[in-house]
Design a protein around this ligand. Structure first.
Ligand SMILES: Cc1cc2nc3c(=O)[nH]c(=O)nc-3n(C[C@H](O)[C@H](O)[C@H](O)COP(=O)(O)OP(=O)(O)OC[C@H]3O[C@@H](n4cnc5c(N)ncnc54)[C@H](O)[C@@H]3O)c2cc1C
Length: 405
């Protein structure tokens, strides 16, 4: 297929959040002069999500303008056509067009898919008052208001979102239980060794942690259409007037089901983040082969959404297929501690604590996959974290890394 001149190509971006907005802006910064149409199903202009489980659930007042990703007229001034409150329903690859919920269609020369993920829901909890999920600003404002009235909160799910929500709820004075079917909190994200320290941190902050079969939810109890408790596979039920379901997410790919693109666990992309000729995916929705780790990955990290968008904008403008080979980065705030990690920690083979622990507020943990150093997680050790990041970047062998500790 003949590709249009990248400078004047018509670019459609579906998903108006961190990835989509960064892609639009980066195209202009790299000299793109043609039409850019940014389509987002939410009514709001693009905003940032990490503060939703942190500042927005805190007791201090929040001004939603501080969550905005860009200044009020910034995208318009760049000549980007913003279409919010409109959902992409279908992609016709042969005709190079996206069908939209308002009955119109957006034709493209290049398409960037940045539709992120949606919160996974608990089956049979639909419509039950007092049951919340957290993905959008509307979810966060509803949850913030519900938290001010709640006295018994059960958070289902012990991943990053669940632990952050539990910390915020505890800070509001509610009695909080986290239920996790894993043996420790954050187990799949950071492993059992560090997960146990995170579990102890929560317990030390008066949060009850139910883990393993004691934390495996059987069903929700209700009275008069409102949640009243949670029952478990083993152990006593927990009374609850507020339940927050944090059981992971699903890539937002339903609209692509009949497009011919491969969409199992996100949009399947090649190393350059292309899913088909002139079609790319970025951010939480994209699975791509990262040559640095020689594995396919999909990462739900804020900085990746921006970096992957910049990479795709560069590929569109350069017309080449340079692979995207980042060392991923994420952070999570747990009470007043900031966990930061570089690399790919999931599915690791070994963890080695090089220094400290969470109690001493200084921790450096290294992660191995195969023969290589593939990740580092740290608290209160910014300089060391940077050094370990460069070692991951250089592909350092595990034995050499351990020799340095
Ligand atoms: C509460 C919360 C806290 C977080 N905290 C952290 C953190 O501390 N550290 C960290 O690294 N990451 C964090 N993250 C993850 C981070 O926010 C995401 O990685 C980032 O938002 C991904 O950006 P994205 O643009 O890929 O997708 P998203 O932000 O999910 O945006 C996708 C957009 O596409 C829209 N969309 C979906 N389908 C369609 C469609 N068919 N048509 C049109 N529009 C559509 C959606 O409505 C949404 O607005 C957090 C996420 C949440 C929810």
């Amino acid at each position: 297929m003949k590709q249009a001149d990248p400078r004047t190509a018509r670019v459609v971006i579906v998903g108006a959040s961190a990835g989509g907005t960064s892609a639009a802006e980066a195209l202009r910064a790299r000299g793109h002069e043609g039409p850019i149409i940014l389509i987002g199903s939410e009514q709001h202009a693009p905003y940032d999500r990490p503060p939703l489980s942190k500042q927005v659930l805190g007791s201090a007042p929040v001004d939603s303008a501080t969550l905005a990703l860009r200044g009020k007229d910034h995208l318009r001034d760049l000549g980007i056509e913003e279409r919010y409150g409109v959902t992409a329903d279908d992609l016709d690859l042969a005709r190079r067009r996206v069908e939209l919920s308002d009955g119109t269609a957006a034709e493209f020369d290049r398409l960037i898919i940045a539709t992120g993920v949606a919160a996974r829901k608990l089956p049979h909890a639909e419509g039950l008052a007092g049951v919340h999920t957290l993905r959008t600003i509307d979810d966060a404002l509803k949850l913030r208001s519900a938290l001010t009235e709640a006295s018994r909160v059960v958070v289902i799910g012990g991943g990053f979102l669940g632990t952050e929500v539990a910390a915020a709820a505890a800070g509001q004075g509610a009695g909080v239980t986290i239920a996790s079917s894993s043996r420790t909190l954050l187990q799949s994200a950071v492993g059992e060794l560090i997960g146990q320290q995170v579990t102890d941190l929560h317990r030390g902050n008066r949060v009850r942690v139910r883990a393993g079969s004691e934390g495996r939810v059987r069903t929700l109890q209700s009275r008069g259409g409102r949640v009243s408790g949670v029952t478990f596979v083993s152990g006593a039920p927990e009374p609850a007037d507020l339940v927050v379901v944090c059981i992971g997410s699903e890539p937002a790919v339903d609209w692509l089901r009949f497009s011919g693109l491969a969409v199992e666990d996100g949009v399947q992309c090649a190393s350059d983040c292309s899913a088909a000729e002139g079609v790319y995916a970025v951010g939480d929705v994209a699975t791509w082969h990262n040559p640095r780790f020689n594995m396919s990955m999909r990462v739900e990290h804020r900085t990746n959404a921006t970096e992957q968008a910049l990479h795709v904008a560069e590929r569109i403008m350069a017309g080449d297929r340079t692979p995207y080979a980042p060392v991923p980065y994420f952070w999570s705030d747990q009470y007043d501690l900031k966990l930061q990690a570089h690399g790919y920690l999931r599915g690791h083979d070994e963890v080695h604590v090089a220094e400290g622990d969470l109690t001493s507020r200084r921790l450096i943990a290294l992660y191995r996959r195969g023969p290589a150093l593939t990740g580092v997680l740290a608290v209160g050790a910014a300089k060391a974290l940077r050094q370990w990041r460069s070692r991951i970047e250089s592909g350092m062998n595990w034995d050499d890394a351990i020799g340095l500790t």
